[in-house]
Design a protein around this ligand. Structure first.
Ligand code: TRP
Length: 333
């Protein structure tokens, strides 16, 4: 049988997934399932870096994220859903690869730097500080070739490539250098126009939101602030409502017509929003249906996680044997 190239990608279980996750990453995961053997990682070790004070949230999110994955059409039979902490090899490899990353190199990671700037220095844990190294281990453990992710994750993949090269040069050539891949819409703004969707800002539309919730959120979505009346010419660019239209309106002729009329002051925000809400709900309906099915069949969710994790564990053990052997450790006496 011909071996497919591998994907490893993942998410931290810190809350339900939203539309930004979908267009930034999940959509790619879904289509790439055809050509790749995929490992979808629930990175709970990594989540502990920020939520060690709220482990119930992590426990709940492991299930929520899995339901979201199943609902959007990730296939746990042909591919593997993997719980990171069930495979302690993740921790072992992270520790070993930490020997190949210097502090100045870690500090050059703009994503890490941005996240650290948002926290009080006295709150930052060592686990958080070194999570990019643990992410490198996640990717190298199954020897992934491709890592489809949101744009903010790209610095971690660049680091992974460097560590793979350094390992291969220093010890034996065992790791492929994985490539990153960003989705169709690298960053979807929040409904308030802020750069990022987040739970704490209460500006996200979740894949699990019901119809009425979506309608309400679209109603309070920010739009062109310079436009006071429906007869004023409006701006389509940088207008959150139109950014969402661009992402989710599948009727291109309708969208072009709306843009033309909006620019000319011939359509009100209410109408543009109503049409958007309809498209979002049409998009979400089949996802809701599938989610509902898996919510009613929790044993399928459990099986997906345990089966995938068992497979990944075997592969992880294999890689770790190779790593120890090529480094010449654990064979002293
Ligand atoms: N950092 C990712 C997130 O915040 C989760 C993650 C952990 C990941 N390990 C990974 C993503 C490996 C891609 C590859 O959601």
């Amino acid at each position: 049988m011909e071996q497919k190239p591998r994907i490893l990608t993942g998410m931290r279980p810190t809350g339900p997934l939203h539309l930004g996750h979908y267009v930034g990453a999940l959509e790619n995961w879904i289509t790439l399932q055809e050509k790749y053997a995929c490992y979808f990682l629930i990175a709970d070790y990594q989540a502990l870096g920020d939520y060690s004070d709220d482990i119930p949230r992590i426990r709940q999110s492991v299930i929520d994220v899995t339901l979201d994955w199943l609902a959007v059409g990730l296939n746990p039979n042909d591919h593997k859903f993997v719980i990171q902490s069930y495979i302690p090899e993740h921790a072992e490899l992270a520790m070993l690869l930490g020997t190949l990353v210097t502090l100045p190199r870690l500090h050059r990671n703009p994503t890490l730097k941005g996240e650290m700037d948002q926290q009080k220095a006295s709150d930052i844990t060592v686990a958080f500080y070194t999570y990019p190294v643990s992410q490198v281990a996640d990717i190298l453990l199954p020897k992934a070739h491709l890592v489809p992710v949101g744009e903010d994750q790209m610095p971690h993949i660049e680091l992974t490539r460097e560590v793979a090269r350094k390992f291969n040069r220093t010890y034996e050539d065992i790791f492929p250098e994985p490539k990153g891949l960003v989705g169709r819409i690298p960053r979807l703004v929040g409904i308030d126009g802020q750069a990022k969707m987040s739970k704490s800002l209460d500006n996200a539309i979740y894949l699990s939101d019901d119809k009425e919730t979506v309608n309400q959120k679209v109603r309070r979505m920010f739009t062109d602030p310079t436009r006071l009346r429906a007869t004023d010419p409006g701006h389509v660019e940088n207008n959150p409502v139109f950014m969402y239209h661009d992402a989710f309106n599948t009727d291109h002729a309708q969208l072009e017509d709306l843009k033309t009329r909006y620019r000319a002051g011939r359509v009100g925000d209410v109408e543009v929003k109503n049409i958007l809400a309809e498209h979002l709900n049409n998009f979400l309906d089949p996802i809701r249906e599938k989610r509902h099915y898996y919510e009613k069949n929790p044993s399928l969710v459990r099986d997906a996680l345990l089966q995938g994790t068992n497979h990944a564990k075997i592969l992880a053990e294999e890689t770790m044997r190779e790593v120890r052997e090529s480094m010449g450790i654990k064979q002293y006496v």
